[in-house]
Design a protein around this ligand. Structure first.
Ligand code: CUA
Length: 480
């Protein structure tokens, strides 16, 4: 302890065959006389060093690690293990070596202090501990860096585990109600854990660095300029590559599993249009806007759109599919095997215009028996054309744009419209009669009522039979 009260003079000998290396280092050390470091001489090889030992009596020999004309192992053998011990510091201009790094252009003043301090600390500890083959300063740095890495590593593990446990207790996903949801949820679980780890890795190292390595008060120097680290760069390129390939493989497997077809699935045709859903059950004449499904039986949904791109999505079933206009050529399929009875909701998951958010329909998963009796009930049609007309307007989605109670939606209301005089967008007037309504269904863009725009699907002529159109007209006529 007495020693540290009055800094002892440290006699430094520099060994390098490059004159510039020695001169640069000498002026750097002499700028900091207060640390008690004195450069007593410079030698170009081992022989000169041995010769000068007697006259110069150095405490510390700094060896140019990058100098190929010097044999640093001989230096270590001669001085560290020799009969009179001198300490040897290997100094390199490049990082990644088993040596202290010295780069005059980038070494900040604060760091010079640090490695001069290293020399002092190690020298004192050398008095107490048995001699070692390697220069101690390197061990000191290593040990300190190791400590930071171990602490940060432990924090990463704690934060990762905390995130996984914490978020698994929040129900991130709705009820799992289909066989196709199983591989999707498994994949989500794996990805979630990987993401929790990556998040922790980044956040912990960032916050740890901000807190532990923050600038000390009064320190106005620049930080060290680090050129690069080959090992680290290779690691952070290869590791994400392997992770992404692994996830792509799992993703491919899950996709195949969600598309696997059961023998004899139930066929359902799904038609989307602005802004309603229609479901048809081929082989029956059932057309509805509620989707009924028997539990534990695979349904294959063949889907098209009448106008723009929509997207069929029941969150509890997980699978989702965009549906496209353009007829059979653009039909898309998904397979759903419902595993839980109950009522769910189809949502449109593609922004498709004004009422996109309202484009929903009920999905009911029922027992096989209940499904069969529902099909029989639905097939029966009424004898009353007005009642049939009402049924068609529900099934074909007319009511998402036309009200029957006088309120104004995207299209004109039907309440009391029959027989009215309407002003068209070109200023002319027209009487709403059977002919006008038929024309408006078959060719909706031709005569637009003032105050409305041309948004009605133009292909009802292909969807509706003449009888259905007549039923609809009679139904509208009945809405006084
Ligand atoms: Cu259809 Cu959004």
């Amino acid at each position: 302890m007495e020693k540290s009260s009055q800094p002892k003079t440290r006699r430094v000998l520099i060994a390098s065959s490059h004159a510039l290396f020695g001169q640069g280092l000498r002026s750097l050390l002499e700028e900091r006389k207060e640390t008690g470091v004195v450069v007593v001489g410079m030698v170009a090889n081992l022989e000169e060093a041995i010769e000068s030992l007697h006259s110069l009596d150095p405490d510390l020999i700094i060896v140019d690690y990058d100098d190929e004309q010097l044999n640093r192992d001989e230096f270590l053998a001669r001085f560290v293990e020799g009969e009179k011990e001198q300490r040897v510091v290997l100094l390199s201009l490049q990082s990644g070596k088993e040596a202290l790094v010295y780069d005059r252009r980038s070494l900040a003043a604060s760091e010079i202090d640090e490695w001069l301090q290293d020399i002092t600390i190690s020298e004192e500890s050398q008095d107490e501990t048995p001699k070692m083959n390697q220069p101690k300063t390197i061990d000191g740095n290593r040990r300190r860096n190791m400590k930071h890495l171990v602490i940060a590593g432990i924090l990463v593990v704690i934060v990762t585990v905390g995130l996984i446990i914490g978020l698994e207790n929040i129900n991130l996903l709705p009820v799992q109600a289909s066989a196709q949801a199983v591989p999707i949820d498994n994949l989500f679980g794996i990805e979630f854990k990987i993401i929790a780890f990556l998040f922790s890795l980044i956040i912990v190292f960032m916050i740890y660095s901000i807190v532990v390595f923050r600038r000390k008060p009064g320190d106005t120097e620049d930080a060290a300029h680090i050129e690069g680290n080959m090992k680290l760069e290779v690691l952070w390129t290869i590791a994400p590559l392997i992770t992404v390939l692994f996830l792509a493989y799992l993703g491919g497997q899950s996709l195949a599993e969600t598309m696997r077809s059961d023998p004899k699935p139930l066929e359902i045709k799904v038609i989307g249009q602005q802004w309603s859903w229609r479901f048809e059950y081929p082989g029956t004449n059932v057309v509805t806007n509620i989707m009924m499904m028997p539990v534990n039986k695979q349904a294959v949904l063949t889907m098209t759109s009448n106008d723009v791109i929509h997207s069929f999505w029941v969150p509890e079933f997980r699978v989702k599919q965009d549906i496209l206009p353009g007829g059979e050529e653009f039909e898309r399929q998904i397979r759903i095997t419902p595993t839980k009875m109950g009522e769910y909701k189809v949502r449109c998951a593609e922004l498709c215009g004004q009422q996109h958010a309202e484009m929903r329909a009920i999905v009911k998963v029922v027992s096989q028996e209940e499904f069969e009796s529902w099909i029989i009930d639905e097939s029966g049609l009424s004898d009353d054309p007005v009642e049939r007309g009402m049924q068609w307007t529900e099934q074909y989605g007319c009511l998402s744009c036309h009200s029957t109670d006088g309120s104004k939606l995207v299209g004109p209301t039907w309440k009391g419209v029959f027989g009215n005089q309407e002003t068209l967008s070109d200023g002319s007037t027209v009487t709403v009669d059977e002919e006008y309504i038929r024309d408006s269904i078959l060719n909706p863009g031709a005569n637009i009522v003032q105050g409305f725009s041309n948004v009605m699907p133009a292909n009802f002529s292909q969807q509706l039979t003449d009888q259905q159109i007549t039923d609809i007209i009679l139904y509208i006529e009945s809405l006084k």
